[in-house]
Write a protein that binds this ligand. Structure first.
Ligand code: GLV
Ligand code: MN
Ligand code: MN
Ligand code: MN
Length: 428
């Protein structure tokens, strides 16, 4: 059966992947949009239901469950030396609008299954193992992602940002959290921060969200680095006017300024000369948005990523220069050029990469070293702990869409590799 692997340290390591699949299916029903889409936004009733489900599974696996002030959830398997820093493993269960059911979820439920596989072979960890469900890896509600892991790593001005954050309905982060049962968040925020060294290692299992593993027929990716993400909010303002009466030479069309900037984004990205530089204008809104009205305002949201931070920053500065030049040329006002986040990349810890490689080897599974172009909570955990990630193939590389899919066989292999990686990291 797909749950059992022969040979080496992986012998007899049974992963109950059929149950894992059932749990993933069950969790996917907690959604604001109909199946097969999954939409689970921070602190909404479905997010709360997902949290309850995860805590129940953790308890059933014999883990002791704790939650911090903002709802990061920890399920601890106590080691024989609980005074040592623990090993962490986890991911997120929130889902962007109209997404699929594997992104993040595999890394949370899969970590519980990895622990259960180790319990079945009567393994006793020396270091405690924490399964972690992070609060809001996705940026949907408050505009920037990895809230839980940023808070744990006390990244930048995260506590000030969370104190001021409001969603699109003007609900504050603290009020949203209260709806989900997390009270007095403003006063307690800082308690969600951890010290560097709180974990001796952190490992995240995730679907690849890209096509390489499937294309090459390789079951396991071992991540060596996570690309550096940045996102921008840009606004232009012109005078607008009547689409018939206002002659072309008297216009200062904010919509065209926005369109020109979107093209400039592509130009700056391509000019980097590296396939690793990517840029997306994912939001381009014009106001008032009427066919017979010259656009008075344009609002853009731009995502720029690169494995090379300096090269990414050069693109960001190029976009800023273009925004200023376009505003000048078109006689519109550049109302804002806000850098929402501009995070460094992260390198995996050598010891974790090695542990994952050895785990794959001992299971007789081929693996590939690769970078993660998507970001993950591991990007921030890297600031307080050596970090590593294990990828499994997903259908055509699809992710952030409802037809996201990984097979139960591939999930079983990923969980086995995670289990043996945790075994090794928690033993020393
Ligand atoms: C988050 O899911 C991202 O990588 O955009
Ligand atoms: Mn995602
Ligand atoms: Mn994810
Ligand atoms: Mn992500």
């Amino acid at each position: 059966s797909y749950g059992v692997c022969k040979g080496g340290a992986g012998e007899n390591l049974f992963v109950d992947a059929a149950t894992l699949q059932e749990q993933i299916d069950e969790l996917s029903a907690y959604s604001d949009t109909p199946a097969p889409t999954v939409t689970r936004i921070l602190y909404t009733p479905n997010d709360v239901a997902a949290r309850r489900f995860v805590k129940k599974l953790m308890s059933e696996a014999g883990l002791s469950v704790r939650e911090d002030a903002i709802g990061n959830i920890f399920g601890r398997w106590e080691g024989t030396d609980p005074t040592l820093p623990a090993v962490g493993s986890g991911s997120h269960t929130d889902a962007i609008p109209y997404a699929g059911k594997y992104d993040g979820v595999l890394g949370v439920l899969g970590a519980i299954h990895a622990v259960q596989a180790l319990q079945r072979v009567k393994f006793q960890p020396k270091r405690s193992i924490d399964v972690i469900m992070f609060t809001s890896e996705e940026p949907t509600r408050f505009g920037f992602g990895c809230l839980g892991s940023r808070a744990m790593a006390k990244s930048g001005k995260i506590f000030d940002i969370l104190r001021e954050a409001k969603d699109s309905n003007n609900v504050t982060f603290a009020d949203a959290a209260k709806e989900a049962g997390y009270t007095d968040v403003e006063e307690k925020l800082k308690s969600s921060g951890l010290e560097k060294g709180a974990y001796s290692a952190f490992v995240e299992l995730h679907i690849e969200q890209g096509p390489m593993l499937e294309k090459e027929g390789i079951p396991i990716g071992v991540v060596t680095a996570i690309a550096a993400p940045a996102s921008l909010k840009v606004g232009f303002k012109g005078d607008g006017g009547h689409a018939g009466a206002l002659l072309m030479r008297y216009r200062n069309d904010a919509g065209l300024a926005g369109a020109e900037l979107a093209l400039a984004v592509e130009e700056h990205v391509l000019a980097s000369g590296s396939v690793d530089t990517v840029g997306t204008t994912g939001v381009l809104e014009i106001h008032p948005g009427a066919v017979n009205s010259v656009p008075r305002e344009a609002r853009l949201e731009i995502d720029i990523r690169d494995i090379d931070e300096a090269r990414r920053d050069k693109v960001v500065e190029g976009i800023r220069a273009s925004a200023e030049a376009i505003a000048k040329k078109r006689n519109v006002i550049l109302t804002n050029f806000d850098i929402v986040n501009q995070d460094p990349p992260a390198l995996s810890g050598g010891q974790i990469v090695e542990a994952a490689e050895q785990a794959a080897d001992s299971l007789g599974l081929e693996y590939k070293l690769m970078i993660s172009r998507a970001y993950h909570d591991s990007l921030f955990m890297a600031r307080i702990s050596p970090m590593g990630m294990i990828f499994i193939p997903c259908y055509k590389g699809y992710s952030h869409r409802p037809d996201e899919f990984s097979s139960v066989e591939d999930m079983a292999k990923g969980v086995q590799v995670l289990a043996l990686t945790l075994l090794q990291l928690s033993s020393t």
